[in-house]
Design a protein around this ligand. Structure first.
Ligand SMILES: *[C@@H]1O[C@H](CO)[C@@H](O)[C@H](O)[C@H]1NC(C)=O
Length: 241
């Protein structure tokens, strides 16, 4: 259901949600509202960009596929059953290992243009899939690096805001790693990648993850101190195998 807003209402919602979202990024609902009321010029720009691609313009004209994954949590068992090393299997493992549920991605409510609403919903729904593609962990540093990637790739103000303000919450060594290595990686790889909003992921879930990464030109970061980014547990797991 689209909710119409006056300019004043939109402004009030933007300021209120910005204050709440920035003071407590765990308020996903406020981050979501902020993203919708600040979509501004970024969404029409993304719409034109998608329309220039064959798959993007087809998805925009049909507003299909709908939500990702198609049936929310009910889709996960079929993704778990996909071959080891596939994009869909990796996504299911990512969600399972973090006890994430697709349903926690909220529906878009305040964007009136149906195609722009579709784009913003798609961006929100494939966030976890993009984590899988970039290999970014979901700790604070990984989330911020991922936001940098998303900010460069989409130009959406909500991503730009998180990328700009969240680093203040990082300890110094991590902030340095972000500034010196991860942000430059994000800028380069988000610019080099194909348009990730113009992909019908539903058609590629059974494909090998490394193969789609190469095809879509997504480069993983080379980090001088991987344990700072990925955490000790992850490193121990890597060393064992
Ligand atoms: C989603 O549900 C519909 C209706 O039950 C079904 O036809 C479709 O195959 C399901 N898709 C997935 C990916 O599970």
């Amino acid at each position: 259901m689209v909710q119409r807003l006056s300019v004043v209402g939109r402004g009030a919602l933007a300021v209120g949600s910005a204050v709440l979202a920035l003071s407590n990024p765990a308020r996903a609902d406020m981050v979501a509202v902020l993203g919708e009321v600040t979509g501004g010029a970024a969404l029409p720009h993304l719409k034109r960009r998608l329309q220039r691609t064959e798959v993007g313009s087809e998805m925009l004209s049909t507003l299909e596929p709908g939500r990702f994954p198609e049936n929310g949590s009910e889709t996960l068992p079929s993704l778990r059953a996909l071959p080891e090393g596939s994009l869909g299997r990796a996504y299911a493992t990512f969600m399972d290992s973090r006890k994430f549920e697709p349903e926690s991605r909220l529906p878009v409510r305040f964007v009136e243009d149906a195609q722009e609403a579709w784009i913003l919903q798609r961006y929100r729904d494939v966030h976890d899939l993009w984590h899988v593609l970039t290999g970014m962990p979901t700790n604070l540093l990984g989330e911020i690096a991922q936001k940098w990637f998303e900010a460069v790739h989409t130009g959406l103000p909500v991503a730009v805001l998180s990328a700009a303000f969240a680093p203040m919450r990082l300890e110094l060594r991590k902030r340095a790693l972000l500034a010196e290595e991860l942000a430059p990686w994000a800028v380069e790889s988000a610019s080099d990648a194909v348009d990730l909003l113009a992909i019908r992921y539903e058609d590629h879930l059974a494909r090998n993850l490394d193969e789609v990464r190469a095809e879509w030109n997504i480069k993983m970061p080379q980090v001088s101190e991987p344990s700072l980014l990925y955490g000790k547990k992850w490193m121990q797991r890597m060393n064992r195998t």
